[in-house]
Design a protein around this ligand. Structure first.
Ligand code: PLP
Length: 434
């Protein structure tokens, strides 16, 4: 997909004004339900025989659907489902693939709540995780694949240490084992990286972050690449008959793979997880997200440029022990950064203070422009201490192994003047070492 195409799709993708009273902006369909017409029409709509029809906003809504289509187009997917949070997106994607039990391979170095869910909650549902120190250690991953392994999961750029996953290699190993690769692409957004192009099968987002870009909505997205063969015998849930899909076109053999072909995964996620578990995104939130998405290129270009400058400033600061920003030439992953991220690795970076945890706290307390809160991808710059906030639930020993010490601070770079941001950090670091 060319840059022009991306820039056109982020404005127009998935939306035809003529289908919405010629409204230039996407209308907010603030309704719980949609009238069904005659009883015969109601029957046809409810049976799924009428494409792009709506019945009830838990299952689908035109504002939300525009967001879903637009993201699917931006990411080169066949379809997407929007949900109420990034955690719901991760949860539904994992359940849809490994429901009934199985194993999933993932790295330790991921968002704290996701790791907590993988280690402490999913095992109670029969889904166990083989967690690895380094997701790019291909030999280890290969050895961990067992007959009941259902997927490989990784973040394209990890939270908080910005480790880049070698998506192309992971996709190859996964596909050799007839399992899908699921990528959390939150930090990258579809602007910086499109995992499906490199072989990922399912992409999940916390669109709370850079996609919406203004810190005003909590939301998640699941995108289906449509290339994985769910008929390969390892995933019976897609092959068994699903009574709700039975209609005049499919009086028999009404499984998800049979009825939906390439869209089996995402249709099942909507029908079995969004519809039955209900973590729905509201139309106002979808509207805010679409509005944010319109300026993603300009926002992220500026934020990436500032992130590089700030990473360089921190790298040269004597009170900083280590900077985590894989886009730096000094990073051990610069080759992967160049291969996968020609427009930059993102707007989040972390750094370790060469001092005590009290001095680290002082940096937080002294910054004026950086807001202290647990989020990223806002137009405002943000600071957080992951060990106490975003990765608090991870046991200390484990955290430290992943670099999440009490001296680690994570920054999310916004749209302010970069010199002001550097001054603010400089003052705060100097004050802590006074
Ligand atoms: N994935 C990543 C990489 C995240 O950073 C986060 C939140 O910080 C999530 C998922 C969860 O998203 P949400 O807070 O929208 O549930």
């Amino acid at each position: 997909m060319s840059k022009d195409k991306f820039d056109t799709l982020r404005i127009h993708g998935g939306y035809e004004p003529a289908e919405h009273n010629n409204s230039a902006q996407i209308p907010i369909y603030q309704t719980a339900a949609f009238t069904l017409g005659t009883a015969a029409q109601g029957d046809a709509v409810a049976s799924g025989e009428v494409p792009d029809s709506f019945t009830y906003s838990r299952v689908g809504n035109p504002t939300v659907s525009t967001l879903e289509k637009r993201i699917a187009e931006l990411d080169d997917g066949v379809d997407a489902v929007a949900v109420g949070s990034g955690m719901a997106a991760i949860t539904y994607a994992i359940l849809n693939v490994a429901e009934g039990g199985g194993r999933i391979i993932a790295p330790y170095d991921i968002y704290g709540a996701a790791l907590d869910e993988f280690e402490t909650l999913f095992p109670k549902f029969g889904i166990n995780f083989d967690l690895v120190e380094n997701i790019n250690d291909i030999d280890t991953i290969q050895q961990l694949i067992q007959p009941d392994t259902k997927a490989i999961y990784a973040e394209s750029v990890s939270n908080p240490t910005t480790e880049i996953s070698d998506v192309e290699k992971l996709a190859k190993i996964a596909h050799n084992a007839n399992i899908p690769l699921i990528i959390d692409n939150t930090f990258s957004t579809p602007y910086l990286f499109q995992p499906i192009k490199y072989g990922a099968d399912i992409v999940v987002y916390s669109s709370t972050k850079g996609i919406s870009g203004h810190g005003n909505v909590v939301s998640g997205l699941v995108v289906d690449g449509g290339n994985f063969d769910w008929n390969n015998g390892k995933f019976p849930q897609f092959q068994e008959d699903e009574y709700s899909l039975k209609n005049s076109k499919f009086p028999q053999n009404y499984s998800f793979t049979n009825v939906f072909g390439k869209q089996a995964f995402i249709k099942r996620l909507r029908m079995k997880y969004l519809r039955l578990m209900g973590a729905v995104l509201g139309p106002v939130d979808a509207y805010l997200e679409l509005l944010g998405l319109e300026t993603i290129t300009e926002r992220i270009d500026k934020e990436v440029a500032s992130s590089i400058k700030i990473a360089e400033f921190l790298s040269n600061n004597p009170h900083v022990k280590k900077v985590y920003y894989s886009g730096l030439p000094s990073s051990g992953q610069y080759d992967l950064a160049q291969k996968y991220f020609p427009k930059g690795i993102g707007t989040v970076l972390s750094f370790e203070i060469a001092g005590t945890s009290e001095q680290t706290d002082q940096v937080i307390d002294t910054t004026k422009l950086f807001l202290y809160l647990p989020n990223v991808g806002d137009s405002r710059s943000l600071i957080v201490n992951p060990s106490k906030i975003t990765h608090r639930e991870i046991p200390e020993e484990r955290r430290i192994k992943s670099g999440v010490t009490d001296q680690l601070l994570r920054l999310s770079i916004g749209l302010e003047d970069v010199d002001d941001l550097i001054d603010d950090l400089n003052n705060a670091i100097n004050a802590a070492f006074d």
